[in-house]
Design a protein around this ligand. Structure first.
Ligand code: Q9C
Ligand code: ZN
Length: 759
């Protein structure tokens, strides 16, 4: 829990402030000296300039090169990010720290090469390992990389910084217990995670590995350990992609107590991009991460899935890394450590890494455009992972199962049924020695130039604007004010224009003031407490859409009381997507009220009144978030109230996740009705989310979902599937384990993970 969230509700005086006689002065905020500002929670960065020394002496074209390090720091400097960070002093890892995950030989072999100048001998030793070079500085720098990562994590756990990034080399996620591999010597991330378990007593750590290569070493180290959830997205090509391992496939989900705590999303096609990766986040990483509820998140952050990288041949844009990052920042009270792994196209590497750091610092995630349907093979990878994990994670309950007895020909299934398959084209043989030169993939110069130009365009067109005020706060002077809340005082107080005519007039003035200050860039986001009548909301939305700066707006009704008026008002306006989460409409639950083409712009997820966080989260991840990403709004308007079963934390988390969209331009208006304790907590949580402060986690998120809610979610997905092709994950899966011969024609896979057969 953050240290400043202790101003308990009891201490708060809620003033129901009636503007008494004269309207001549603008509302005064009562500043209380008893509220002190919370400690500034900042972002740390660790790096050491010596890290440029490690290089390949016999192959100057080697892609794991010093410029990777310098280009990242240069770009961070250019964007003036470094001076906003707290510098975490790098240090060498201790022997004890290395021995937590490595054998003593892993230390001694490399130690013997320290300062060793016999190039030939270095090359010969390197050739014993799969993709590796050793330099006289390698031993010291590997220690430094590992130690700095531990330092970063321990500073986060001590609360000295909120989050941070380690810009380090050599990387770590291929360094196994007793084997160097893939440019890696010591497993920086695994060492830091083990340190957090052993020295700080952590019980749940999430490791997200978005490097294009499978972090097989990290997987192996925590394969039996339910305290560490390892989640990797990687290129696979059925084993044709390096490191060519069976263990990288999706059915390797952990062992023993760790079963279900290892998640692989292997991709069997190149050119996967933002849509595919965001789908993996929405359908798997986020729901599972929220269910797991980690105390710390560590990212093995490679940028080799980025556009332009010859290793990955994928197409993730640099701005998408901001989205990955922001979506993980709501977890673990914001305790997020990003640790550099691979990334070999200097332009997308430096841009992606810099945008990651910028997001850690709290700047808004830039827009990512043109989210399209995930590729067929991405859909298959996601469905396969859901299939093998469905018994382990409650958040996967929405999966429909079909009776395999009724299937005559699995090779010939209807479209709405999915049959998981496993194929392996790699080889199990390991060579005695490996090539050491000319082994890095070369890019066709023409292709390289094209990609380079594409990146230049992307970088030039990425809006990195920031606003002088992060959160504007506004309340109608005639309404109850909660401005004494300590956290509200950290918002930018907006003046309310007096109206001679009426309170209603004034309310709508407050509304447009709020939206206006977001649209003109004075505030990034805003929150208001006022009369949330349909009339006012309609006016607000009209105002927003008619302003020349917004092309489209997403409206999300999160109130407990049905309100079809707003949807009626915009049912033919394709510029406004009206969604409702959790408001049971009086009308037929799934009736789509839009007309013709605008049907897709009305999305109602009408959960039952007794639903709670589990159902809300589920609908949000499965339906609302994917649709929101595909719609790509330039502004989000949310109407909220204080009733209903949604917890303050769940509400705050949803607001946080929505800040990834629309450049963070988001307005939340709370119905002023009766300000209750739970209402205040919800408002507080919302402001925390908008301010980028730790939000906290709801209690039990994923108990079994109400059967009716599961049904509602499925129905909405089916209804909107034709319009929003991000919703492609509603296929049925077999009700028993089918990953057995003849469909899984390889018994080695079976031997590797026999536990899967239990299902
Ligand atoms: N054609 C990291 O990204 N390259 N290590 C294989 C085969 C090996 C990757 C290319 C890549 C090692 C940290
Ligand atoms: Zn990599």
């Amino acid at each position: 829990m953050s240290s400043h969230s202790c101003d308990s509700v009891n201490n708060i005086t809620v003033i129901f402030h009636k503007i008494a006689c004269n309207y001549s002065c603008t509302k005064k905020i009562i500043w209380s000296s008893t509220f002190s500002r919370p400690p500034k929670m900042t972002t740390g960065i660790t790096y050491d300039n010596r890290m440029v020394e490690h290089k390949c002496l016999w192959d100057l074209n080697y892609n794991e090169k010093p410029e990777r390090f310098t280009s990242i720091l240069r770009r961070c400097e250019e964007l003036q990010l470094l001076n906003r960070c707290i510098y975490i002093k790098p240090r060498a890892a201790t022997k004890e720290e290395l021995l937590m995950v490595h054998t003593p030989e892993m230390i001694s072999i490399l130690k013997n090469t320290a300062g060793f100048s016999d190039e030939e001998a270095l090359e010969q030793l390197s050739s014993k390992y799969d993709f590796l070079y050793i330099h006289p500085s390698t031993y010291d720098l590997s220690l430094l990389a590992a130690g700095s990562t531990v330092e970063l994590v321990s500073n986060i756990l001590d609360g000295k910084i909120k989050n941070g990034m380690a810009v380090i080399r050599p990387p770590g996620h291929h360094a196994m217990k007793s084997e160097y591999c893939g440019y890696c010597f010591y497993n920086n991330v695994a060492i830091a995670a083990q340190y957090a378990l052993d020295n700080q007593g952590l019980k749940r750590i999430l490791i997200v590995d978005w490097d294009i290569h499978h972090g097989q070493a990290t997987q192996q180290m925590f394969y039996d350990d339910p305290r560490v959830l390892y989640f990797s997205i990687h290129g696979y090509q059925n084993g044709a992609f390096w490191p060519h391992l069976r263990e990288s496939d999706y059915h390797n989900i952990g062992r023993g107590a760790g079963l279900g705590y290892n998640i692989n999303i292997p991709m069997n096609e190149i050119k996967m991009g933002n849509s595919d990766y965001m789908a993996i986040f929405h359908q798997l990483i986020l729901p599972i991460a929220y269910e797991f509820n980690p105390e710390l998140v560590i990212v093995s952050a490679g940028y080799d899935a980025a556009l332009g990288c010859p290793e990955g041949e994928m197409e993730v844009t640099p701005a998408c890394y901001s989205h990955f990052t922001n979506s993980l920042m709501g977890l673990a009270n914001g305790r997020l450590a990003v640790v550099l792994e691979g990334g070999y196209c200097l332009k997308s590497l430096s841009e992606g890494a810099a945008l990651t750091l910028r997001t850690l610092l709290g700047d808004p995630a830039p827009f990512i455009q043109n989210l399209d349907a995930p590729k067929k093979s991405a859909q298959q990878a996601i469905m396969s992972a859901m299939y093998v994990l469905r018994r382990h994670w409650n958040c996967l309950q929405h999966l429909e199962e079909f009776n395999v007895q009724e299937i005559k020909d699995p090779m010939n299934l209807p479209e709405d049924k999915f049959w998981p398959r496993i194929e392996f084209v790699g080889s199990d043989e390991k060579p005695e020695t490996y090539a050491t030169r000319d082994i890095c993939p070369a890019q066709d110069p023409k292709v390289a130039a094209e990609l380079d130009a594409q990146l230049d365009d992307l970088i030039a067109s990425t809006c990195l604007d920031t606003q002088p005020n992060r959160v504007g706060f506004s309340t109608n002077p005639a309404e109850p004010i909660v401005t004494q809340l300590e956290i509200i005082q950290r918002c930018h107080m907006m003046q309310t224009e007096r109206s001679e005519i009426s309170i209603a007039e004034e309310t709508s003035g407050t509304f447009s003031n709020l939206i206006g200050s977001i649209l003109d860039g004075t505030c990034r986001s805003g929150i208001a407490i006022m009369d949330n009548s349909s009339e006012n909301l309609i006016k607000t939305l009209k105002y927003a859409i008619d302003s020349r700066v917004t092309k489209n707006v997403m409206f999300i009704d999160m109130r407990n009381h049905p309100d079809v008026e707003i949807q009626r008002a915009f049912q033919e306006d394709v510029r406004i997507l009206c969604a409702s989460l959790y408001s049971p409409f009086a009308v037929d639950d799934v009736e789509l009220m839009g007309l013709n083409d605008s049907k897709r712009y009305i999305v109602n997820i009408s959960l039952q009144t007794n639903c709670g966080d589990a159902e809300i989260f589920s609908s949000f991840f499965r339906v609302l978030l994917p649709i929101a990403y595909q719609f790509g709004p330039q502004l989000i308007v949310i109407a909220a109230d204080q009733s209903g079963n949604i917890s303050a934390e769940c509400f705050g988390q949803i607001i946080h996740l929505l800040t990834s969209l629309a450049g963070g331009r988001l307005s939340v208006t709370f119905e002023n009705s009766l300000v209750t304790n739970s209402g205040i907590n919800r408002i507080k949580s919302c402001v925390q989310a908008l301010l980028g402060e730790p939000i906290g986690m709801p209690g039990e998120i994923y108990y079994r979902l109400h059967a009716t809610s599961v049904c509602t979610i499925r129905t909405v997905i089916k209804a909107h599937n034709p319009y929003w092709n991000a919703l492609q994950f509603n296929m049925g899966v077999p009700d028993v384990n089918v990953l057995v011969p003849p469909f899984m024609n390889d018994d080695k896979v079976l031997r590797y993970n026999p536990e899967l057969l239990h299902y």
